[in-house]
Design a protein around this ligand. Structure first.
Ligand code: ZN
Length: 359
């Protein structure tokens, strides 16, 4: 049925455009999706936490939570992402106070290790690794010159997995270290790295890391997995040296693709817990003592790398739509520890200053 409507509207013009790009290039689609999104929010039920608990099942490793960003306990159930053959499923709610999207029930932090007991080492080769490296490079470039030359600066990669990024960081001259919850991945990382080191555990488990003084901390696709983001970000802030920056790549809760695909959005993966946008992330940063933040729009890896098959005019259209809605599928942020960091690294970026949090 839907297919028939799109066929009538657009003919076969956009058939060869990949799904991930199509909604950004079909004329009128961005506005239609925005309207659809606002209607969805208006129609969504608004429940007290008590009402919500009443009607929601709680798994063994789960707990009910309230909005981590603003403390509002009211629940607006929006999505129920479900894995292939129903192997997993969870409920995503929206905070009516600040618009934050999060999984509720969430995973109990002490059971988080259960999700990562087995490593990701299998993904280290071939196209997966090449795609990953390309994404790292494009994102680093977008925050130029932070990552251009390490010059011996100290870098911590939080959630370093099997060390794909640490490898790039040591090549660029950073004095790099990583931590990860998966012992298999850490062992694999240390087999491959020369100067950089990976450690199993959390930063406070590792004396070399707990001393802090990092110039750069990176979170590559890690933020959505954190069940206690405020605690973690306070720790990151204290681990940063004066003038230090925190780089974040995560799925974008304002993505036009989420607005179009709903529960089937590819950002709703099995282990994701919280979903940030350029609207909600500043609250997390402000509350944990950061002085500013800059976002760079995400146009998709093939567009940014210049390997897309889209024509030039369609590429321009895609870029315009991404910018108009803050609607790229990934969110990229550079958070500044203090004013010195803004002076040093904020030059070519649109920096949003964050007022001091009195809480
Ligand atoms: Zn909230």
């Amino acid at each position: 049925m839907k297919r028939t409507i799109y066929r009538a509207l657009y003919g076969s013009r956009y058939d060869r455009v990949p799904w991930g790009q199509r909604i950004y290039v079909r004329p009128g689609e961005r506005l239609a999706r925005e309207v659809q999104w606002r209607l969805r929010l208006r129609r969504a039920e608004l429940l007290t936490l008590a009402e919500y608990r009443e009607r929601t099942d709680l798994g063994e490793i789960e707990e009910f939570v309230v909005c981590h960003l603003c403390g509002d306990s009211r629940q607006q159930p929006l999505f129920r992402p479900t894995g292939p053959k129903g192997r997993w499923s969870y409920q995503v709610v929206r905070c009516p106070g600040c618009g934050f999207l999060y999984r509720n029930p969430n995973i109990r932090p002490e059971r988080l290790g259960d999700l990562y007991a087995n490593g990701y080492s299998a993904f280290l080769t071939g196209k997966y690794a090449a795609d990953r490296r390309r994404r790292y490079r494009l994102t680093m470039d977008s925050f130029h010159p932070v990552f251009a030359q390490g010059g011996g600066r100290r870098l911590l990669d939080f959630g370093c997995g099997a060390g794909l990024f640490l490898e790039l960081a040591e090549q660029r001259g950073f004095d790099a270290a990583g931590v990860d919850l998966s012992p298999d991945s850490v062992a694999e990382a240390n087999r491959r790295l020369s100067r950089a080191r990976a450690y199993h555990g959390t930063p406070e488990d590792v004396p070399e890391i707990a001393v802090g003084g990092f110039d750069v901390i990176t979170l590559w696709s890690v933020l959505a997995h954190l069940p206690r983001p405020l605690d973690d970000f306070r720790r990151f802030r204290s681990l940063l040296a004066p003038g230090g920056v925190l780089m974040i790549l995560t799925v974008n809760a304002a993505s036009l693709q989420l607005k179009a695909h709903g529960s089937a959005w590819n950002g709703f993966t099995k282990n994701h817990l919280m979903f940030y946008s350029a609207e909600t992330m500043p609250t997390l940063l402000r509350r944990t003592g950061f002085a500013g933040v800059a976002f760079t729009p995400f146009y998709g890896d093939t567009v940014e790398a210049g390997t897309t098959k889209l024509s030039e005019p369609l590429q321009r259209r895609l870029r315009r739509k991404v910018e108009a809605s803050d609607g790229g599928n990934m969110l990229r942020a550079l958070a500044f520890a203090d004013d010195e960091a803004i002076d040093r690294w904020g030059g070519g970026l649109k920096v949003r200053h964050l007022p001091k949090y009195e809480g």
